[in-house]
Write a protein that binds this ligand. Sequence first.
Ligand SMILES: Nc1ncnc2c1ncn2[C@@H]1O[C@H](COP(=O)(O)OP(=O)(O)OP(=O)(O)O)[C@@H](O)[C@H]1O
Length: 252
Amino acid sequence: MVAVRSVDVTFRTRSRTVHALSGIDMTIAPGEFLSIAGPSGCGKSTLLRVVAGLTRTSAGQVTLRGTPVVGPRRDVGFVFQRAALLDWRDARGNILFQAEMRGLPKAWARRRADELIEITGLTGFEKAMPFELSGGMQQRVSLCRALLHEPDLLLMDEPFGALDALTRENMNVELRRIWEATGMTVMLVTHSVTEAVYLGSRAIVMGPRPGRVIEEFPIGIPGHREYEPTLESPEFQRLSGRIRGLLGSGAG
Ligand SMILES: Nc1ncnc2c1ncn2[C@@H]1O[C@H](COP(=O)(O)OP(=O)(O)OP(=O)(O)O)[C@@H](O)[C@H]1O
């Protein structure tokens, strides 16, 4: 699905030069859920942006389904750290905005929006305006918006970082369920080791800037993952411990 080949990114501003990514190589198979962890500023967001075609590489290449990424890709879904909803549209209107931008058939889009509203537990809040929604609900709306056009690749940049712990857990369980049901490919940037291991089929850990991959872990926890039993399983504990060790004691 995604191939990243010898990718380097250097940002040059008037006052400084930042070498954000160095020699990144990775492939992500269709249907994989890749969690990406690493210290602040190591280039995780930059990596996602490069895959989405929002940031240009300084060297190397990214391909999506074998096609080089040369500009913004509208065929992927992107969920950002903050929901960034349109204030003047209700929840359903925000989700449907995606369809309007893409000129998707209206009746189809409405059906799909209703389906996603149900899946993400937003039923009853379709007409609520963003200011009436909690942070978690706003992020659900943003997830629905990212999924509306049925992307087979979903890029998520610390999507649940601003949520309280319990809402975050619920969102993790929902996302895992959606991933199990759809088989889409996901790249998730997260600062939470628990989130990375619970959700991922593979995790990579990046080192400090210039960002590079320092270690990679297949997450061999098979099948449907119930939240509590998964977190208590020896494999979960072993992997979390190893990733925390790499990231340093401050990792959550
Ligand atoms: N558009 C830009 N122009 C200049 N520098 C940038 C730009 N985007 C990112 N950077 C720099 O590149 C480095 C990597 O940033 P990036 O946001 O990818 O890191 P990150 O790992 O996602 O960080 P965090 O975990 O704190 O969100 C940082 O030093 C950042 O300041």
